[in-house]
Design a protein around this ligand. Structure first.
Ligand SMILES: *Cc1c(COP(=O)(O)O)cnc(C)c1O
Length: 427
């Protein structure tokens, strides 16, 4: 297997984690479509179950195709160990399951993917995990929400749906002051544009469903950590620092050091909650990642061209895209993602709710659907769909007011994408 430190990003996107299959010599990573793995003998089995030895037991907990995906993304993000799971939401669930006890709190940016706002406000609340909201554009608002019960800070690197760029370094220093990990959802940036660990993030999560898979075919999620957080400095993270009854008294941080968090998500979260990724989806996402650098650059170049055109369009009231020089996030975008501010952004149509609905009903090339990060250009009117469940106030603060249209610009010919929007806005 290649040593990641010897190679550049585009090479690692194709090679990291993979070797030709030792038995068949297959060059592409095979889909190991198996539920379980044979033990050499009872000692081998006992070692695996007791966490004394690494190896495959059962695909709910790990699978060789999944393992290649995990190594590849860890090397692209500069993390220590990764975990691939069934969806982005499952990744978030396992991350918080490893950090939180009932009654604990975490602070999250208000500017998040609508599904994450729902997950945090409802499902997590029923587990006794309480969210406090703060403003992405105002890092100090996070500091003001810190209490003795705070266990984490959660932000998106580029915030969905508005395309706001987060000042990750400022968030990391606030998290450090509070001795809690900073979790960054890096879905919209991908490690091609932003590597949050280099800016001080402790834990990164992904919906691999989006740009990593990249083709709109497979649901998956990833989490990994920087390996630098000291879980044993306090007793605030007992899953990681205290003896585990379900593993014969093992203390994860003491035994596994910088890999403790990823191992905790796997051997506690994945084992007991169960959202395993299918080997087939792991394979699809792995294949998608091979072209990530090519696709992301094209996504960004197309998005910039579309945003520039829309910003001059007489039927468009405003465009929120951080690569436009007059955007409030422009300075942060130049600092954090100079290659481009991603492909997902919003704009406001003149004429409010009705004009938004009219636009999504008239496009021909764009697909009207609730996803981002496909090769195809996608469009949605959040107020009538993804953000429909939120209150008017939540909608407005999440950047999903009545006139807002969200696009995820694909990698088609940019002239065709622009012509489709022009046609749909006209008349
Ligand atoms: C889609 C998405 C998620 C949720 O991921 P799923 O794979 O759909 O569960 C989380 N965060 C962001 C930014 C997303 O775009």
């Amino acid at each position: 297997m290649i040593d990641p430190s010897d190679y550049q990003f585009a090479t690692l996107a194709i090679h990291a984690g993979a070797t030709p299959d030792p038995v068949t010599k297959a060059r592409a990573t095979p889909i190991y479509q198996t539920t379980s793995y044979v033990f050499d003998n009872t000692d081998h089995a006992a070692g695996l179950f007791g966490l004394q030895q690494f190896g495959n037991i059962y695909t709910r907990i790990g699978n060789p195709t999944q393992a290649v995906l995990e190594e590849r993304i860890a090397s692209l993000e500069g993390g220590t160990a990764a975990l691939a799971v069934a969806s982005g939401h499952a990744a978030q669930l396992l991350v918080f399951h490893t950090l939180m006890q009932p009654g604990d709190e975490f602070i999250a940016a208000r500017q998040l993917y609508g599904g994450s706002i729902n997950q945090f406000s409802h499902a997590f609340k029923s587990f006794g995990w309480n969210v406090r909201w703060a403003e992405t554009r105002d890092p100090d608002s996070f500091r003001r929400q810190i209490t003795g019960k705070t266990k984490a800070i959660f932000v998106e690197s580029i915030a969905n749906p508005g395309g706001i760029v987060t000042d990750i370094e400022a968030m990391a220093s606030i998290a450090k002051e509070a001795s809690v990990p900073l979790i960054v959802d890096n879905t919209l940036a991908t490690p091609y544009l932003i590597r949050p660990i280099e800016w001080g993030a402790d834990i990164v999560v992904h919906s691999a469903t989006k740009f990593l898979g990249g083709h709109g075919t497979s649901i998956g999620g990833l989490s990994f950590d920087a390996g630098s957080f000291n879980w044993s400095a306090t007793k605030r993270f007992p899953m990681l620092s205290e003896p585990l009854a379900s593993y014969g008294g093992v203390k994860l941080h003491e035994q596994f050091g910088h890999m403790a968090f990823a191992i905790g998500c796997r051997v506690l979260g994945l084992r007991d909650l169960g959202p395993a990724i299918s080997p087939f989806n792991a394979f699809m996402i792995l294949t998608g990642i091979e072209t990530l650098p090519l696709r992301m650059q094209r996504h960004c170049d197309n998005a910039r061209a579309v945003a520039q055109t829309l910003s001059r369009h007489p039927r468009v009231a405003w465009v929120s895209y951080a690569s436009l020089p007059n955007d409030p996030s422009y300075g942060l975008a130049q600092n954090y993602c100079p290659k481009g501010a991603g492909a997902v952004f919003t704009f406001g149509v003149k004429g409010g709710y009705d004009a938004g609905v009219r636009l999504v009903n008239r496009v021909k090339l764009f697909s009207h659907l609730a996803n981002v990060g496909d090769t195809r250009s996608l469009i949605i009117h959040p107020a009538s769909t993804t953000h429909r469940q939120l209150t008017d106030e939540q909608k407005a603060s999440a950047g999903a007011g009545p006139e807002v249209v969200r696009v995820s610009i694909g990698i088609e010919d940019p002239a065709d994408i622009i012509a489709d929007l022009d046609m749909a806005l006209a008349g």
